[in-house]
Design a protein around this ligand. Structure first.
Ligand SMILES: Nc1ncnc2c1ncn2[C@@H]1O[C@H](COP(=O)(O)OP(=O)(O)OP(=O)(O)O)[C@@H](O)[C@H]1O
Ligand SMILES: [Mg+2]
Length: 339
């Protein structure tokens, strides 16, 4: 079996708007190990969600994948195939969505249908992928709600999303995502909207379920504290690109990119929640319609080298085994991808 479950190579997903092209994801390469956890970290707007949507081919016009490959080494339906090459409405992709790769979306309220009961929605997800009767689907739905430690699952199953608290809705989302035992769970800021206590519970629950089911997780967040708790590998994104990639140990003991270092300095104190959107680094994230020349981080960088960083674009390059960074402080800009 291939050691990686997912390999993204030079992915480009752009939005073709009337005001111009937005290169939301612009040359991202990532790997998710079988059963492992990859944390994807970065400020608001850097392309984390669009990367997640691209994997499941959920990018809607005016957005489009314009380059790169997403190889998924799953169970049987799609093995080593490039998901970007599949028809978005094909049976193969339908099998991948939900049954192989499931996603918990950033806004639970927008992804749960207010008009249907919680039970209906979980059952629908199960019936879509598994050849079971309605009664069996109901039983699985109850088991899943129990697994995510929903109090009184038999009552909750009859309720509508608005009747539940944020934490409960997030549990429903997780139950729904896990009901088909996916190989990969893409969790897009699954706890950002929750209070610290609920967040801690949900994170613990996800770790437990991961151990039990052996699934891999791609954990998208702007919160380094959450990354520290959940991830084994980390990709730090800035303006549609991965600027640093490392195992968690090396990232925390030896953060290299000035952007990563700045993020580290903005970790909220224990017990405090990060502001909903991270803006702790001086200056604003530039608009992706107007990406700075050279290294896109240079206008905000504390270590800016004039006539270099604003002129040449550094490439992601290994500085030690398993740790790569795109920054002229460390490399000559050659790049591990050889591009
Ligand atoms: N439909 C769209 N049309 C135009 N641009 C879009 C569209 N959807 C996303 N984008 C752009 O793509 C960029 C990346 O967005 P994305 O949602 O991936 O960011 P993110 O890293 O998930 O941020 P956040 O932390 O706020 O969730 C943003 O700058 C956004 O403006
Ligand atoms: Mg997002």
């Amino acid at each position: 079996m291939h050691p990686n479950l997912l390999e993204i190579t030079d992915l480009k997903t752009h939005f073709f708007t009337e005001q111009g092209v937005v290169p939301a994801v612009d040359g991202v390469s990532l790997q998710v190990k079988r059963g492992g956890t990859l944390g994807v970290l970065g400020e608001s707007g850097c392309g984390k969600s669009v990367t997640g949507f691209s994997i499941l081919r959920l990018v809607r016009p005016p957005g489009r994948i314009v380059g790169g490959a997403i190889r998924y080494y799953g169970r049987e339906t799609v093995n080593g195939e490039d998901l970007t090459a599949l028809d978005a409405r094909s049976e193969a992709l339908r099998q991948v969505r939900g049954a192989e790769i499931a996603m918990i979306f950033q806004e639970p309220m927008t992804s749960l249908d207010p008009l249907f009961t919680v039970g209906n929605q979980i059952m629908e997800a199960i019936l879509y992928h598994q050849d079971v009767s309605k009664a069996e689907a109901r039983k699985i739905a109850l088991e899943m709600l129990d697994k995510v430690r929903m109090p009184q699952p038999a009552d909750v199953i009859k309720q509508y999303p608005h009747q539940l608290s944020g934490g409960m809705r997030q549990r429903v989302m997780i139950a729904m995502a896990l009901s088909c035992e996916p190989q990969l769970l893409i969790a897009d800021e699954p706890t950002t909207a929750l209070d610290v206590t609920t967040e801690a519970q949900i994170l613990e629950l996800m770790r437990e379920l991961q151990d039990e089911l052996g699934m891999a997780i791609m954990f998208i967040t702007h919160d380094l504290g959450v990354i520290a708790e959940m991830a084994e590998e980390v990709a730090v994104m800035y303006l549609g690109k991965v600027v640093e990639q490392s195992d968690i140990q090396s990232l925390f003991t030896d953060p290299q990119h000035p952007y990563t270092r700045a993020l580290m300095q903005s970790i909220p104190k224990v017990g405090q929640k990060a502001a909903g959107r991270l803006e702790a680094i001086r200056g604003m994230v530039p608009s992706p319609r107007d990406i700075p020349s050279g290294c896109p981080f240079h206008p905000r960088c504390a270590s800016f080298i004039a006539d270099l960083c604003n002129v040449k674009t550094p490439r992601l390059q290994e500085t030690k085994p398993g740790h790569a960074v795109s920054c002229f402080l460390y490399n000559d800009g050659g790049g591990i991808n050889g591009v």
